[in-house]
Design a protein around this ligand. Sequence first.
Ligand SMILES: *[C@@H]1O[C@H](CO)[C@@H](O)[C@H](O)[C@H]1NC(C)=O
Ligand SMILES: *[C@@H]1O[C@H](CO)[C@@H](O)[C@H](O)[C@H]1NC(C)=O
Ligand SMILES: *[C@@H]1O[C@H](CO)[C@@H](O)[C@H](O)[C@H]1NC(C)=O
Ligand SMILES: *[C@@H]1O[C@H](CO)[C@@H](O)[C@H](O)[C@H]1NC(C)=O
Ligand SMILES: *[C@@H]1O[C@H](CO)[C@@H](O)[C@H](O)[C@H]1NC(C)=O
Ligand SMILES: *[C@@H]1O[C@H](CO)[C@@H](O)[C@H](O)[C@H]1NC(C)=O
Ligand SMILES: *[C@@H]1O[C@H](CO)[C@@H](O)[C@H](O)[C@H]1NC(C)=O
Length: 484
Amino acid sequence: MKTFLLSLAGVLPFLSIVSSQGLPDPAALAQMGIEWETSQHASPNSNFYTVPQNFSRDLAPGTLLAVEQATNLSSYLVPSSLTLSRIMYTTTNLNGTIQPASAYVLWPYAPAPWFASSSNSSSSPSFPLVAWAHGTSGLFATCAPSNYKALMYHYFVPFALAKQGIAVVAPDYAGLGVSRTPDGTHIPHEYSASPAQANDLANAVIAARAAFPSYLPSTGPFAVVGHSQGGGVAWGYAQRQLEHPLPGYRGTVAFAPGVQVVEMITKAWNGGVGPIQTDTLLGVQRLISAGITAVYPSFNFTGVTPVGYERWNILAKVQGCMPTSGLAFAGLENHDTVTPDFTNDSTTLEFAQRTKVGGKPFKGPLLVLAAENDVSLQPEVLESIVDETCEVLEAGNSTESLEYALYEGVNHFPLISASQAEWMDWLKERLSGEAGSKKKRDCDAPKARCTKRRVKGFRTDVSVQFPLPNFLVTEAEAVWQYGL
Ligand SMILES: *[C@@H]1O[C@H](CO)[C@@H](O)[C@H](O)[C@H]1NC(C)=O
Ligand SMILES: *[C@@H]1O[C@H](CO)[C@@H](O)[C@H](O)[C@H]1NC(C)=O
Ligand SMILES: *[C@@H]1O[C@H](CO)[C@@H](O)[C@H](O)[C@H]1NC(C)=O
Ligand SMILES: *[C@@H]1O[C@H](CO)[C@@H](O)[C@H](O)[C@H]1NC(C)=O
Ligand SMILES: *[C@@H]1O[C@H](CO)[C@@H](O)[C@H](O)[C@H]1NC(C)=O
Ligand SMILES: *[C@@H]1O[C@H](CO)[C@@H](O)[C@H](O)[C@H]1NC(C)=O
Ligand SMILES: *[C@@H]1O[C@H](CO)[C@@H](O)[C@H](O)[C@H]1NC(C)=O
């Protein structure tokens, strides 16, 4: 980082990295980026993601294609005593086409005591389960958290849950990890098509239960949790649960969810959001343009400028994920890479309508956690979507609950750590079956329960609000260095 100046504005999802000595060569930077990314992969040449010949588009969604019972953790950075499995399974994309996809299952040392005591101790253990939806990792095969040494969200979510005795099933999302069918057909990642990624999540739960029926019984309790892109996926799952219910569902937690992002981008072009979020959202427009192109090939990156498209191809050539994307776009402002005609293109609008999350009925309870100082999502915009959703609940005489909590003084990723005491208890209560029976309010007529509150932090003025996920980037190079 010595020769580069890291601009923290617009840091999500793309870092703006500008050389202090003139324009850098983006291709050389992208090459540097992908080499470092590859060094962070658990198995750089893993053939786990190669789809077996018995894959077929006629298989039912949630069908198992491959199971790696015990992933070799010697090349991962996963807390000792936890174990990992990986699965490959079928899912459906936004258009309903069957695709192969991958997921990991992170196993605790043992089930949480509050859960184990209720199960039959003379048989094999069974686990409470969280289905975890990760945030933006990138758009290429290389961007699969199941092949990242620390699974991308490490102590934020998967390690924290497994260390509490809760198993975690985490889809990579179709197009990430597994990227070709056996006949060589490319599987593009339908970025921001949250209902498609909600299918990936639901089918990962079905497939994991099929792979490990005694550890994850088919009617065992599970909750859904997601952040950012994955927050939109998690909320989208809560909507999906109404029409395609999976047994055992106990509720959803959405951190800083990326919902109605096309609408947010339109607001940004019209001056309706703050300058930092505007910069971030214009960077996100490139990703969504790629996501729309994945669903509608003829869209072909509408709304991306020629220079933006040239840089996108530099990124695509090396299959770079989030770290490398900042390098491929070095020296450009986000607004030079995109155009506003994206926002009222008829295909963009159709995509936004087909993938709409929020402002719709869902199966709760739903806990939405927002960050006051979020560089990518303005909390006021999110709150208005929460309000819209509550109006829909009331109009439909729904009895679902939606809790919205705004955490003061925190950024997009630190929100997860700041709120852990709250969401961990929330999940344990629901997974242990106490919620509902104990907590249901006595009312004359059942009605939707929408609540909003602010959470005050202690000493937020001096806390570090690191805006990116990987605060554990320093790894010991020699065995003796692991001693601190
Ligand atoms: C495909 O083959 C694998 C490995 O032989 C097997 O585990 C899996 O059940 C098969 N899946 C289908 C759908 O036939
Ligand atoms: C796990 O991987 C390490 C390093 O590649 C290797 O030395 C070890 O033999 C592997 N363990 C198993 C059980 O395959
Ligand atoms: C516990 O599991 C064992 C072995 O599967 C079974 O024989 C026994 O009946 C079970 N006990 C109860 C109380 O469910
Ligand atoms: C998905 O469906 C849309 C709408 O019907 C269609 O325009 C598009 O071409 C389809 N995508 C693919 C890859 O077939
Ligand atoms: C997409 O647009 C680019 C740039 O305008 C063009 O070079 C390319 O051929 C187009 N691709 C397709 C598949 O239409
Ligand atoms: C599309 O949006 C842009 C930017 O907001 C605006 O300038 C333009 O007039 C719009 N075009 C149409 C056809 O609505
Ligand atoms: C909601 O309840 C009110 C009052 O009981 C009733 O008039 C209305 O039709 C209901 N709406 C729906 C969508 O069920």
